[in-house]
Design a binder for this molecule. Structure first.
Ligand SMILES: NC(=O)c1ccc[n+]([C@@H]2O[C@H](COP(=O)([O-])OP(=O)(O)OC[C@H]3O[C@@H](n4cnc5c(N)ncnc54)[C@H](O)[C@@H]3O)[C@@H](O)[C@H]2O)c1
Length: 270
């Protein structure tokens, strides 16, 4: 693959949390195809783990780890240092959300939202990102090189538009997009700013990638409502954030830190 030097990531060591999910796997392949060393981190191995090991035996490593557990992150860092060196790119992509199929209380009224669900979402989405920055980002700062990409959501910038889910309420369900996910994704915006300033002199850049919903065979009623709300009229394809992570990881973005890169089909423009 011929790559413009500005976007060259072939010398990067990229650690991706939540690599076994829909977007983490996309990011991993994207960097591997461009010659980077990739460390995938997740509580469970990706379905295509064996395939990736076969295709990229010297540049791909998977580590089972839990972002809410500092010791597990420290163990991962040691494994990466032994295999490739200190990570130069960290994509904090692991997160949990309440899926549309979650038990009714998870997606019910705000007043009834389970407090333990709040704790679980905050633990993974906020504390997990904080701990990954603390362990991996600290090693980057010591090494004076790094780019951290914290993955947020349109729902971390604006409130979920509850009218999208009106079709479910019309069929008799009590359904609202829950509060914890939105608040957790919002917290990342200021974690990013805090660390961007804190590590500015250590040559570690920290930015937030704000993204919108990805097409994943959602039910027709949801698709109609969502696509009717979004200016460009469709959900994202799962490969449409690849350019953004390459940009944030590469020399193309060396003057960008503490910022938000919003790729949302125009959702937050209205
Ligand atoms: N897919 C979308 O429509 C969308 C929209 C906006 C934002 N996002 C954000 O993009 C990111 C990726 O989304 P996705 O759809 O690929 O998610 P996903 O649910 O498909 O994958 C998330 C991955 O995180 C892992 N994970 C969960 N808890 C973990 C823990 N404690 N330690 C390590 N790994 C853990 C899961 O095992 C899973 O593989 C998330 O941060 C999400 O909030 C996604």
């Amino acid at each position: 693959m011929t790559v413009d030097a500005l976007f060259d990531v072939s010398q990067e060591i990229v650690l991706i949390t939540g690599v076994s999910g829909q977007l983490g796997g996309e990011y991993a392949r994207n960097f591997l195809e461009r010659g980077a060393c990739v460390v995938g981190l997740d509580i469970q191995a990706p379905l295509e783990n064996d395939l990736l090991i076969t295709q990229y035996p010297s540049t791909y490593l998977f580590c089972t780890a839990d972002v809410t557990n500092k010791a597990s992150l420290q163990k991962t860092l040691s494994e990466v240092e032994n295999s490739f060196g200190i990570p130069t790119v960290l994509i904090n992509n692991a997160a949990i959300d309440s899926p549309p199929s979650a038990p009714p209380e998870e997606n019910g009224a705000f007043e009834d939202y389970p407090d333990d669900s709040w704790d679980k979402v905050m633990d993974v989405n906020v504390k997990g990102t904080y701990l990954a920055c603390k362990v991996i980002g600290a090693a980057m700062a010591k090494n004076k090189k790094g780019s951290i990409i914290n993955v947020s959501s349109i729902y971390g910038v604006v409130s979920p538009d509850q009218s999208i889910y009106e079709y479910r309420r019309q069929r008799g369900e009590v359904f609202y997009k829950p509060v914890a996910y939105a608040v957790s994704k919002s917290a990342l915006l200021n974690l990013t700013r805090y660390l961007a300033v804190y590590w500015a002199k250590s040559n570690v850049r920290v930015n937030t990638l704000v993204i919108a919903g990805v097409d994943n065979n959602q039910e027709d009623e949801f698709m109609n409502a969502y696509c009717g709300r979004i200016p460009n009229g469709r959900m994202a394809n799962e490969d449409e954030y690849n350019g953004a992570v390459i940009f944030l990881a590469s020399t193309a973005s060396t003057y960008m830190t503490g910022a938000q890169l919003v790729i949302d089909g125009g959702w937050t423009a209205i």
